[in-house]
Design a protein around this ligand. Sequence first.
Ligand SMILES: Nc1ncnc2c1ncn2[C@@H]1O[C@H](COP(=O)(O)OS(=O)(=O)O)[C@@H](OP(=O)(O)O)[C@H]1O
Length: 286
Amino acid sequence: MASSQQHSLSKVPPYAEYQGIRFPTAIVQEESLDAMKTFEIRDDDVVIVSYPKSGINWMFEVVRKILGGKIEENSLPIGPEFWPPEKQQPSYIQLLETPSPRLMITHLQHQMAPPGLTAPVNKVKAIVILRNPKDVCVSSYYFHQKSPIHKTPESWAVRNKDFLAGKMPFGDYFDHVLGWWQMKDDPHFLFVKYEDMKKNFHSSVKTIAAFLEKELTDEHLALILNSCSLESMRKTLAESGTWRKDVVRKGMVGDWKNHFSAEESARFDQKYRERMAGTGLEFDFE
Ligand SMILES: Nc1ncnc2c1ncn2[C@@H]1O[C@H](COP(=O)(O)OS(=O)(=O)O)[C@@H](OP(=O)(O)O)[C@H]1O
């Protein structure tokens, strides 16, 4: 991966590799990835982690509304590895200058994350949002057709194969999920599945608030449930005038059934069994 201070969207190739992982060069630069090795995580940081298209924006809205105050007022989903083209400086520098408490997101794999996030002595609170790979694959297929930072998939069949082969921005889905799953017994980590949020949003929000040590009044809870519903978020993000305008699409579990052939599904199932066997990690696919 070549480092570049000039990274207007039209001039860069869509992806470059860093330590064997593909990154969208329009928003992730080598300098930022290098900086992750020493980027300081603070004890009172809250970090949301996900593989792309797993619901990180949904989780971000929920968490910022639970935390309230300055975090709710000021926060945009900023990842320390990002360098949005419209910004003069990389996000990690902006985050260094951000007063505590900070709320940030990351799509980095476990081994590339700032060491303070995964160290045994960490005090940070990290929430990992996970989603079944079939729906993630479909979500990426549509998002990458719209997003200027991604290559438009050649076809559904190619996207399906590339996803299983791990040829995706931010790397292989299974590597990503299994890397972070190593933290499952760490009390500073909370793992939440997209499918569980869909099934019982009310209890998911309460679990997340308890993890963040925030008491929610009934009124506050109702406000979160309402403002983070699929339709509310569709409206607010569509009006955001940012890349987030295309984030909310169907927002359902099982859309893969409208896209996968029987053969594609069987290939996914086999890969899933191979990679997930013995991890105890299971998803609802329906
Ligand atoms: N409120 C709410 N409820 C349910 N689902 C929601 C919500 N907000 C976002 N979404 C769905 O999350 C998918 C986008 O994931 P990410 O936010 O991780 O995308 S990104 O990686 O930041 O581009 C994308 O999934 P798909 O609809 O399957 O494409 C969004 O629709």
